[in-house]
Design a protein around this ligand. Structure first.
Ligand SMILES: Nc1nc2c(c(=O)[nH]1)N[C@H]1C(S)=C(S)[C@@H](COP(=O)(O)OP(=O)(O)OC[C@H]3O[C@@H](n4cnc5c(=O)[nH]c(N)nc54)[C@H](O)[C@@H]3O)O[C@H]1N2
Ligand SMILES: Nc1nc2c(c(=O)[nH]1)N[C@H]1C(S)=C(S)[C@@H](COP(=O)(O)OP(=O)(O)OC[C@H]3O[C@@H](n4cnc5c(=O)[nH]c(N)nc54)[C@H](O)[C@@H]3O)O[C@H]1N2
Ligand code: SF4
Ligand SMILES: [Mo]
Length: 894
């Protein structure tokens, strides 16, 4: 194999003239797909945005910028394990092949399943799909994209005949109106959001509307925020369709290319937009703006997809773009933004249980035959396999005898997660491939296989605008880790299919996929990258980012402007949509729980959780709840709430905020058994799915909320990696080998000194300094060994008030006199929770700068403190702080 480093271009450091080699690669987090330059320095990997990558043109968000902090070996799975014991690769792979073979021979091919991920590279994904669908002969391969993109895929296929995203990122910049529906672009696609921010700054006439029941950071840019009733989006877009028809905005020429216009309009007329619960003036403003603006892009994401009627919501949006012909032209179109770095690539290789490779259809005999011939496959399934929720139900029922989970953490991220974890635990044979040793899912595996991670892998990913970019290895594999495609191919060979799985390099897999796409293109598929069918290893190493399609008929560009679609008659389909109400709340479960993401964490935090910077923005699982609800429930700010649903239970920190509507609190999805065992929100979420797409409704669990009966609250710092034995704990890394813990318990011990040693596993040899005020329930204990602080625990009857970062900074240090005071000396003020993760600027630092130095604009703060000047994701929060802390604003409010 050629050395991947050969692909790195030599770049000159403009400032110093120093020559250093940077490797061009792609960020492994969100679907924006930013280009990254990684350069090795004496201090470690220096990460920068690639100025030549068309997705980001040099920008990175906080997560991308912190990639260098996640490249250590901490927590990595470095060797295969069988039943928890280290094993060699041959033994582990032989066992996997034998167990899958035995299950298939005894119970048939549908007795096995793969559950994979939109974070796999296209080459990994292609091999998994080929092994299951072509050789094992079952379609039981599904992916976490079922929880993410399935409704968009279903909506696209119903409307266009294929799963095609028609537009490009530059459409957001060229539009006169951008509508963000169920998308918190500011936090979840930050670089694309920053492109929109820049476009609006350059051209203030560009209008932005946010449609989200929650007032998110994305609303900072919005001219109009429609805080509609949860789940009512289809009614909104039905109202829009009626308004478009009644105001003469239907494109009479374009609808000649569409079937179903009349029925769609008729259904829309039956709708009552009152269910959106919007102020009439706002609703009318939105309808008029959308109707009156030719160049409109409607961006949508999980607020649409993750719903029991997500596919219908997607089609309600597509209907409006089709009826007006506002699709596939500059500045116009519906735009489903993908979540994971390779959600799009997974759709291309056919990773969903109801698809074949290259956008071909499993249930179309000619498509099946073409793929079977190309693969020389012994057996191809004729019917779709089990979709994620059904797959784990089959595992629970015992009909799946062998399960292989790759690059995803379903024990945390699936709805009804406790039940899913139990199902996995009950399965006869479970293989998990992950880069990390200890996750809620790896804990349940019989065989654990170490996978290479970002920085070690070579292959391609496709971003939200259909751009295929290379991920390139920066360094050798950690320990004995192997690439996912290699592991899968090894098992394929051991199951008897040596020839079909004989690749040596990822370039060969990419070339095979590209060749198959040419055959698919001839059958009418939109996904045709046959330009690259003959690519060499060197060509693959040097491959520059490109848009698909890439074939002699079409290279890049948009789809559908000419009104030709991939259906049998070439026409698009508009669907009659009837809005459906989400699962109703009831007296026992009167709240509807919304769930989603925070700015600086990625999913179950196995990687972003390694970065102290990223862990300081929001360090704990929380429940964002409206002041009226909090008052009615007797929930104090910063106390803990116990949230229960028919499925399970969670304990979350109370964050009182009018950004959420009464009755509709929000909780983030990122915490797991590793970081906060009672903070797993998917324990609460029911497995209700969209009947068309099979995507779960992750945003509308019905729950009850009550104050958690805490007898004490605690804050601890320790040098050890612990799982404290108490009713509530959540932890975050301090980066320098220490951890901070938030704790709570329901019973007070007699002796806090002894209890502190037990909770924090403090050795008897450690000396304790303590302060106690039993009347107020306050106890402070600081433990030292050879004069250095190894642990500290602060206890209070109320949520603990302490300078958290100050205490954290003392780990490993010689404790100063003020360690017990819980706050730093006056000359070293506490920076507070991180707001700007790029430059590590805390909330207290910002508040002081605003109040004392009178810095009253985001720009002034940037000049003084650098905060907000890199990725820009924290600018909305800085703006809010200015509003809260500036003396002028305070006066105005008084
Ligand atoms: N920081 C960060 N970024 C990420 C990720 C991450 O983990 N962290 N994950 C990536 C992945 S895989 C994905 S899929 C994307 C997801 O990106 P987004 O979809 O933007 O993120 P979410 O926070 O899941 O949900 C979006 C919004 O939907 C709203 N919503 C809830 N119910 C409704 C409703 O009924 N109607 C409407 N209109 N809105 C509703 C929520 O209030 C929320 O603000 O993010 C990607 N980017
Ligand atoms: N309630 C609720 N639930 C949700 C959502 C929601 O909004 N609300 N969102 C859903 C969505 S959109 C998504 S995408 C899912 C995400 O949920 P998951 O996919 O479960 O989350 P991750 O933490 O990204 O899991 C990826 C795993 O793969 C490992 N890994 C990383 N790189 C590699 C690699 O190269 N190879 C291998 N083999 N392993 C690797 C990581 O260590 C980690 O354990 O969550 C879903 N669940
Ligand atoms: S926006 Fe951030 S997380 Fe997404 S690809 Fe770019 S740098 Fe990575
Ligand atoms: Mo996702």
């Amino acid at each position: 194999m050629t050395d991947p480093r050969d692909a790195g271009q030599t770049l000159t450091d403009g400032q110093t003239g120093r020559q250093a080699e940077a490797i061009r690669t792609t960020c492994p987090y969100c679907g924006v797909g930013c280009g990254v330059l990684a350069r090795q320095t004496a201090q470690g990997w220096e990460i920068a945005g690639d100025p030549d990558h068309p997705a980001n043109m040099g920008r990175l968000c906080s997560k991308g910028a912190a990639l260098g902090e996640t490249l250590g070996l901490e927590g990595r799975l470095l060797a295969p394990q069988i039943h928890g014991q280290e094993a060699n690769w041959d033994t582990a792979l032989d066992l996997v092949a034998a167990k899958f073979r035995a299950a298939i021979d005894t119970h048939g091919p549908d007795a096995v399943a793969f559950y994979v991920s939109g974070q796999l590279l296209t080459e990994d994904y292609y091999v998994a799909n080929k092994l299951m669908k072509g050789f094992i002969g079952s379609a039981n391969i599904d992916t976490n994209s079922r929880l993410c993109m399935a409704s968009s895929v279903a909506g696209h296929r119903r409307a266009f005949g294929t799963d095609t995203v028609p537009g490009l990122y530059e459409d957001l910049e060229q539009a006169d109106l951008v509508v963000l529906v169920g998308s918190n672009l500011a936090w979840c696609h930050p670089v694309l959001f920053q492109r929109l921010v820049a476009a609006k700054a350059a051209r203030p006439a560009l209008r932005v509307v946010v449609v989200d029941p929650r007032r998110t950071a994305s609303c900072d840019l919005a001219d109009l925020h429609l805080a509609l009733a949860p789940g009512s989006d289809a009614a909104l877009f039905n109202a829009l369709l009626v308004h478009l028809a009644d105001s003469g905005k239907v494109d009479a020429d374009f609808i000649n290319n569409i079937n179903g216009f009349d029925a769609a309009l008729e259904a829309a007329r039956q709708e009552d937009s009152a269910r959106c619960n919007l102020p009439q003036a706002d609703l009318e403003a939105f309808l008029a703006l959308w109707a009156g603006t030719q160049k409109v892009v409607t961006v949508y994401s999980q607020g649409i997809n993750q719903s029991a009627s997500g596919s219908d919501k997607v089609n309600a949006i597509l209907n409006c773009h089709l009826a007006t012909g506002r699709i596939g032209r500059p500045g116009m179109g519906p735009f489903s933004v993908t979540g994971q770095p390779n959600a799009m690539g997974g759709r291309e290789v056919g990773g969903l249980a109801n698809m074949l490779a290259c956008h071909l259809e499993l249930e179309v005999p000619a498509h099946r035959a073409a793929v079977q011939t190309f693969w020389a496959a012994p057996a191809m399934p004729e019917t779709p396999g089990l979709k994620a929720v059904d797959m784990f139900r089959a595992v629970e029922a015992g009909t799946i005898k062998a399960l292989w989970i790759i690059c995803t953490n379903p024990a945390v991220s699936m709805p009804d997660a406790d039940r899913v974890a139990r199902a996995i635990a009950s399965c006869d044979f479970v293989v998990v491939s992950d880069m990390m040793a200890s996750t809620d899912t790896t804990r349940l595996a019989h065989v654990l296989l170490p996978a290479t991670g970002w920085g070690e892998k070579d292959g391609t990913v496709t971003n939200s605008e259909r751009r295929i970019s290379r991920q390139r290895a920066l360094r050798p594999a950690a320990g004995q880790a192997r690439h996912d495609w290699q592991i899968l191919a090894e098992v394929g060979r051991r199951m008897g299919w040596a020839e079909a799985f004989a690749w040596d390099y990822p370039a060969q897999i990419f070339a095979e996929h590209a060749a198959l796409s040419g055959i698919a293109g001839a059958l009418g598929s939109d996904f045709d990258i046959s330009d690259h069918a003959g690519i060499s290893s060197a060509g693959f190493d040097a491959l520059a980012p490109f848009l698909w399609p890439a074939n002699p008929r079409q290279r890049g560009g948009r789809f559908f402007a000419e009104g030709r679609f991939h259906t049998a008659d070439g026409r698009a389909r508009m669907l009659p949509i009837t809005a459906r109400t989400p699962q109703p709340t009831d007296a026992a479960h009167p709240f509807r729980l919304n769930t989603g993401r925070v700015r600086d964490h990625w999913h179950t935090m196995t990687r972003t959780g390694l970065s102290a910077r990223l862990s300081q923005h929001l360090a704990e699982p929380y429940l964002e709840i409206h002041p009226h609800d909090a008052a009615a429930l007797g929930l104090a700010a910063a106390s803990l709430a116990e949230v229960t649903s028919p499925q399970g239970r969670a304990v979350l920190r109370v964050l009182i905020s009018d950004k959420v509507a009464p009755g509709h609190p929000f909780a983030p999805i990122h915490w797991s058994g590793e970081t906060a065992p009672t903070g797993r929100v998917d324990a609460l979420v029911p497995a209700i799915t969209d009947p068309v797409s099979g995507q779960p409704d992750s945003k509308a669990a019905v729950v009850a909320i009550a104050p958690f009966p805490a007898a004490w609250f605690g804050y601890a710092v320790t040098a050890q990696d612990l799982r404290p034995d108490c009713a509530y704990w959540a932890r975050a890394t301090l980066g320098h080998g220490g951890w901070r813990y938030e704790l709570a318990g329901t019973h007070c011990p007699d002796d806090w000194g002894r209890e502190a040693r037990r909770l924090l596993s403090v050795p008897d040899s450690a000396a304790m300094q303590a302060y106690s005020d039993p009347a107020r329930g306050q106890h402070r204990m600081v433990f030292t060994e050879t004069g250095r602080l190894i642990a500290a625990l602060f206890i209070d009857r109320q949520p603990v008030a302490v300078a958290r970062d100050h205490l954290a900074s003392l780990i490993g240090a010689e404790p100063e006199r003020d360690a017990l005071a819980g706050r730093p000396a006056a000359d070293r003020p506490d920076p507070g929770a991180t707001v700007c993760a790029c430059f590590n600027v805390g909330v207290n630092t910002l508040a002081r700068a605003i109040a004392e130095q009178g810095l009253l604009s985001v720009e002034a703060i940037g000049d003084a403190l650098k905060a907000g000047t890199n990725c820009g994701s924290c600018r909305p929060e800085i703006k809010a702080l200015i509003a809260r802390h500036s003396p002028a604003m305070k006066e105005a409010a008084e």
